[in-house]
Design a protein around this ligand. Structure first.
Ligand code: 13P
Length: 344
C-alpha cells in the first residue's frame, strides 16, 4: 500500500515538550487564523474536537467541504483515508492529520494486489468502492460511494452491468437489497459495527419499549433487521432530530451522540450494545480515538503528519472520486454544524 503520510522532521515540537499550561483551544484558534486553516471533523471524533471544528459531518459532506474550501491548510480530524481524500481533491492545500496511525479496519481488509486480482476475475463488472479504503484501491475503482450516496449511485449505473462492491460486505448487502442489483461483495467489515449484537439489542428494546433504533448500514443484516431507520451518520442524526420519538437506540460509533444531545437535549440516546452487553465504551473507534487536542495543535505547528499522494496515483484516484461528487448532486449537503465561530 502506498505510504501517503510524511512525518514531521526529528526536531519538530513533540507532545513531551508541550507546555502543560497551554490553553490548547485558544492556541488552535490562533493557528487556525494565522495559517488560514480549516478544521474538519467526523461525527466519530471526541466531543471537544467536534466543538472546535469549523465543520462536522459524514464522509460525503467532509469530502465536499475539503474539495470546496479556500483555506490554505486542511486539518482533518478523522482517519487517514479521509485526509487522503482531502489531498486528492485539493492537491494545492497542506493537508494534515493529527495522528499518522489513525487507520481503518475496512481499509486494512482490502489490499491493492488482492483487489486487483478480484477485479481481474470479474472483468465485466463495475467496481463500486466504499470511501473507507486506501488511495491505491480508489485508483483501481470505477466509482467511490459513501453510506449516504451509495443507493443513489448504484441506482444510476447501467442496469445490465453487474457490480463489484468493496470493502464493506454489510453496506454492500444492504445496497444490493435496496436496489435489487446483482452485486459481488468483498468480504470486509468494520471492527466496530460488526460487533453490535442482535441478541443484546433485542433485550435492550424490551427494557426501553417505544425506543426507535437508528443504525448505520455497516452493521450486520441481523441488526439492521431491527432498525426503524438505516442511514449514514448524518442521516441518523437528521432522523433522531426530526422524529417525534423520544428515546433512540443508536447502532453506530457512539461519539455521534454528542451532536444528538446538542440538537435535541430533551431526547434520550442509548448506545447499541456489543455481545458482552454492559461495556460503555466498547463501540468507540480506536482509530478515531487516537486524535487529541494536543495532536491537533502539534499537527498545526509542525504542518505534519502531512498527506502527500504521488501525482500519478492522485490523478487515478481522483477520477472515481470526482465521479462520486458528480453523481451525488441530488444528495443535499448539511448546513455547518460545528461549535466553532471562525470557519475559514
Ligand atoms: P459515514 O460518514 O458515511 O456515515 O460513514 C461512517 C464511517 O464509516 C466513517 O468511516
Amino acid at each position: 500500500m502506498t505510504d501517503t503520510v510524511v512525518l514531521p522532521p526529528p526536531d519538530a515540537l513533540t507532545e513531551d515538550r508541550l507546555d502543560p499550561t497551554l490553553d490548547l483551544v485558544a492556541e488552535i484558534d490562533r493557528l487556525r487564523r494565522e495559517k488560514n486553516a480549516i478544521i474538519l471533523a467526523h461525527y466519530y471524533q471526541d466531543g471537544e474536537i467536534q466543538d472546535l471544528a469549523d465543520f462536522v459531518g459524514d464522509s460525503l459532506d467532509l469530502s465536499r467541504k475539503a474539495a470546496a474550501t479556500d483555506a490554505d491548510m486542511i486539518v482533518f480530524c478523522g482517519v487517514r483515508f479521509m485526509g487522503e481524500v482531502a489531498k486528492i481533491l485539493s492537491p494545492g492545500k497542506i493537508v494534515v492529520i493529527p495522528d499518522a496511525e489513525a487507520g481503518c479496519s475496512l481499509e486494512e481488509s482490502c489490499r491493492p494486489d488482492t483487489f486487483r486480482a478480484f477485479r481481474e476475475k470479474h472483468p465485466d463488472h463495475i467496481a463500486v468502492t466504499y470511501i473507507n479504503c486506501s488511495a491505491d484501491i480508489k485508483a483501481l475503482s470505477d466509482v467511490i460511494v459513501t453510506s449516504s450516496n451509495a443507493e443513489v449511485i448504484v441506482n444510476s449505473l447501467p442496469a445490465d452491468k453487474p457490480i463489484l462492491f468493496a470493502p464493506d460486505r454489510h453496506l454492500g448487502a444492504f445496497i444490493a437489497k435496496k436496489t435489487g442489483r446483482d452485486m459481488t461483495l468483498w468480504p470486509g467489515s468494520c471492527i466496530i459495527h460488526e460487533q453490535f449484537s442482535e441478541k443484546e439489542l433485542v433485550k435492550l428494546k424490551v427494557r426501553h419499549p417505544g425506543a426507535l433504533v437508528a443504525a448505520h448500514p455497516e452493521c450486520p443484516e441481523s441488526v439492521l433487521g431491527h432498525a426503524d431507520y438505516v442511514g449514514s451518520t448524518k442521516g441518523i442524526l437528521d432522523f433522531v432530530i426530526k422524529s417525534p420519538g423520544k428515546d433512540f437506540i443508536i447502532a453506530t460509533e457512539p461519539h455521534i451522540i454528542h451532536q444528538m444531545t446538542k440538537a435535541a437535549p430533551e431526547k434520550t440516546f442509548i448506545p447499541a450494545p456489543f455481545a458482552n452487553g454492559a461495556c460503555a465504551s466498547c463501540a468507540d473507534c480506536p482509530f478515531m480515538a487516537r486524535n487529541t487536542l494536543e495532536k491537533i495543535y502539534l499537527a498545526m505547528v509542525n504542518e505534519g503528519p502531512a498527506i502527500q499522494v504521488p501525482e500519478d496515483l492522485r490523478v487515478q484516484a481522483l477520477k472515481p472520486l470526482e465521479r462520486m461528487l458528480e453523481m451525488s448532486k441530488s444528495v443535499p449537503m448539511s448546513p455547518d454544524s460545528s461549535g466553532a465561530t471562525n470557519a475559514a
